[in-house]
Write a protein that binds this ligand. Structure first.
Ligand code: FDA
Length: 302
């Protein structure tokens, strides 16, 4: 990650929580499932698909992991009841990965099977590099056991990614947000872009279904060119963006006939996700550095 990003990431934890919450509010549907449903309904009405994320990660108690799994079961039921065009995205540390692969496998399999019974789909988000092996392993196990309603994520930032892409059929490709050491990850923005392009080409060459998850205009244009040259049909790929980021670009992709899915997080454990989004907001350095922070802090509720 660039020095600049690291500097921002290191000062963000010092920013008061109420301010983080205020600045990050566009990226999160709200604290409740009703909030997520309302946001997804509006996205669907605008021709966009969604993937719903229950906020919560790095859980340290098995009951919390089960509670997150239960929250996903409630999300799946609501998607069904409300006939929403939405899947779910899960984080394995939210489902108990740090407490042991067995607990995590149990929670994940139950969620994937519930989704399958409802004709729905589960995306396993990719977290920091300490979880990559276990995430790919659990994903591959599910596929090997015949489950087809599950996909994984690759991070272009990681040096290993082009090799990991081998044999994967259902992939969300993103740059990767976690701060990783130089031995494991490219640090230069152009090199990360080049890794994204190369991985996308490799996946499409092997006829994988790719969710192209980026707001980077150069990468979107490059992906559009790949789609055109290969003559891919609408269902053979999709674009994905985060709630609250580049909404107009998302609208334009929908107008041009592409499938576009928005990542919709909700819940009360908003802090870690918010920090990651703020770290990427090009305006955040200004907010953090300037008087704006102090003014907003005075306005923010305690
Ligand atoms: P980049 O960060 O260069 O952003 C391009 C432009 O988009 C910026 O110049 C700015 O205009 C705008 N922008 C981006 N972020 C913004 C923000 N927060 N606020 C305001 N403007 C912003 N990562 C991961 O490690 N594991 C995962 O599982 C996922 N999952 C995932 C799902 C989806 C649907 C998306 C879109 C992204 C992820 N990510 C992720 C995050 C991803 O790795 C990456 O960190 C972000 O998408 C930002 O990278 P971009 O490719 O958008 O480029």
């Amino acid at each position: 990650m660039a020095l600049f990003d690291r500097a921002i990431a290191s000062v963000l934890p010092a920013v008061p929580k109420p301010l983080v919450r205020a600045l990050a509010s566009p990226y999160i549907a709200g604290p409740t499932l009703d909030d997520a449903v309302r946001v997804v309904r509006a996205l669907n009405a605008a021709g966009k698909l969604a993937t719903i994320d229950v906020l919560g990660e790095e859980v340290a108690i098995s009951s919390e992991a089960r509670e997150i799994a239960n929250a996903y079961h409630r999300v799946l039921a609501r998607i069904d009841d409300e006939r929403l065009d939405a899947g779910i995205s899960v984080k394995l540390t939210g489902l108990g990965l740090a407490l042991g692969e067995e607990l995590c496998r149990e929670n994940l399999t139950a969620v994937v099977d519930d989704a399958a019974a409802r004709g729905n789909f589960v995306r396993i988000d990719m977290e920091d590099s300490s979880t990559t092996d276990a995430t790919l392993r659990l994903y591959r196990e599910l596929v090997a056991s015949g489950r087809t309603n599950v996909g994984v994520v690759l991070q272009a930032r990681l040096r290993r990614t082009i090799a990991d892409a081998e044999g994967l059929r259902e992939v969300r490709l993103c740059k990767g947000i976690y701060l990783e050491p130089v031995e494991l990850a490219y640090q230069d923005a152009d090199v990360i872009r080049e890794s994204f392009r190369a991985t996308l080409r490799a996946l499409l060459d092997r006829r994988a279904h790719v969710a192209i998850a980026t707001h980077d205009e150069a990468l979107i244009e490059d992906a559009l060119a790949q789609v055109r040259t290969r003559g891919l049909g609408r269902d053979e790929y999709e674009f994905q963006m985060l709630l609250g980021v580049r909404t107009e670009r998302a609208d334009a992709l929908v107008r041009d006939g592409h499938r576009l899915r928005v990542y919709v997080p909700f819940g009360t454990h908003w802090y870690e996700y918010s920090l990651r989004r703020l770290q990427e907001n090009p305006k955040i350095a200004g907010y953090v550095a300037a008087d704006t922070v102090r003014r907003l802090a005075r306005r923010a509720t305690p």
